[in-house]
Design a protein around this ligand. Structure first.
Ligand code: AMP
Length: 413
């Protein structure tokens, strides 16, 4: 049974839309900018020229941990500037809490009609269809990798212990302060995540005053749109008045408790402790779709993060190993694709799955479909928030229910 309640954000100045867009799926609301550690909130007057942003991107100091409060100030400052300059947009959205009793989860549903305007690389179409579609649009502007280089006005700074990644503000926002974490050198979005990728995203997540959810859409059915490797981070809570946790947090907690009670933890490892130990792989068998999670220790190392993600990937896809597609392998060293067809081919060749990371856990969900009916969904749906494009689609979600939707796009046990 679903119980829903609605509030229109545009009518409430205390609400500000705060999350992503091409999370063709989820969205989140959060209160007006948090002031706890934030000083950089002035809009146009404080807008630095684009050159300053580019300088900030190169001024990061590899090997030195960035102060989280300073990083958050930079994120807020660049976000404000992008909005003031009109370089980025934010959709008018409407939040709605929708309880799914079968899961015991309060999903945050959002309607963002402006998303209709967002350009996308159709991820699930066969390559020849993409080539035909590209050829049939002679008037369209040539494709450009939006992350090579990222737009200076949206660029925050380098992140990751060795400065391997860059934090960029999302161009098409549904919620504020939605950060995209891109690899500085071109890598394919089809690749599994490395420890460095995860550590760079966690650095951004840790900077968010109430934490956040980092996510990775990998593979043709995952909900991704860009072929250049990127994670995304959205702040918590997803809606004002909600706890600063992903709505599905309760599911991971339940799995940890069950594993502890059974004295075993998912992947066959034994445990006699009273709670699931950090880095133990868990199978969330109570869900109507395959879902694997690992509790994280405080301050996990890149090595721990990479190994945890690999372990979940192997649980989900036993024996899987990613091999670059011929298109990826044929790119000159350091180059990125320059046309839509190559970009699509580069991003192909992977199994499909979503990865979600919070301060407490890492989760991996295999995908069999990008869409359920009229809805396209990415990782954020599995965090507990779903973005819909119209009132009609909202009706579809209410009627079908989040659990049934996730079961349809996930993989049965
Ligand atoms: P995905 O759809 O999962 O591949 O994620 C791509 C993300 O990049 C989406 O959240 C987009 O809104 C965002 N995006 C697209 N173009 C740009 C851009 N030029 N600068 C920053 N973010 C962008």
């Amino acid at each position: 049974m679903l119980q829903c309640c609605t509030r229109r954000t545009a009518q409430n100045p205390r609400f500000q839309v705060a999350a992503s867009s091409a999370w063709t799926s989820g969205a989140a609301l959060r209160p007006a900018p948090l002031q706890r550690r934030t000083t950089a909130t002035a809009p146009m007057a404080a807008a630095a020229p684009p050159k300053a942003a580019a300088a900030a991107a190169t001024a990061a100091e590899p090997g030195r941990a960035r102060d989280p409060a300073a990083l958050w100030d930079e994120i807020v400052s660049v976000y404000n500037r992008g909005q003031a300059l009109g370089v980025s947009s934010i959709a008018e959205t409407k939040p709605e809490l929708c309880r799914d009793d079968s899961l015991g989860v309060d999903f945050v549903l959002r309607v963002a009609t402006a998303l209709r305007a967002k350009p996308q690389l159709p991820p699930q179409a066969p390559e020849q269809d993409k080539a035909a579609a590209a050829a049939a649009q002679p008037a369209a502007r040539p494709w450009r990798n939006p992350f090579m280089p990222p737009e200076p006005e949206l660029t925050v700074c380098k992140v990751g212990a060795a400065g391997t990644h860059t934090a960029v503000l999302n161009k098409f926002n549904v919620v504020e302060h939605h950060v995209v974490v891109i690899t500085n050198k071109f890598r394919s979005q089809a690749e599994p995540l490395s420890g460095e990728d995860l550590a760079a995203a966690l650095e951004v997540l840790e900077a968010m005053p109430q934490g956040g959810v980092a996510f990775y859409n990998c593979g043709p059915e995952s909900g991704r749109s860009q072929p250049h490797k990127h994670l995304q981070v959205v702040p918590l809570p997803f809606m004002e008045g909600q706890p600063p946790q992903a709505p599905v947090h309760v599911l991971v907690e339940a799995a940890m408790a069950a594993a502890a009670a059974a004295g075993t933890a998912g992947g066959g490892g034994g445990s006699s402790t009273s709670t699931a130990a950090p880095l133990q792989p868990l199978q969330l068998r109570q869900l109507p779709y395959q879902c694997f999670a690992t509790p994280l220790p405080d301050s996990p190392t890149p090595e721990q993060l990479g190994a945890a993600c690999d372990a979940l990937l192997q649980l989900a896809f036993p024996g899987y190993s990613y091999s670059p597609t011929p298109a990826m392998a044929s790119l000159p060293a350091g180059a990125s694709p320059t046309d839509t067809v190559t970009a699509a081919a580069v991003a192909a060749g992977s199994v499909s799955y979503n990865v979600l990371v919070t301060r407490q856990w890492l989760m991996l969900v295999p995908r069999r479909a990008e869409c359920c009916g009229p809805l396209a969904l990415n990782s954020l749906a599995f965090a507990g928030t779903i973005l819909v494009r119209s009132e009609e689609v909202l009706g579809f979600v209410r009627e079908k229910g989040p659990a049934a939707i996730l079961a349809e796009i996930g993989v049965p046990w």
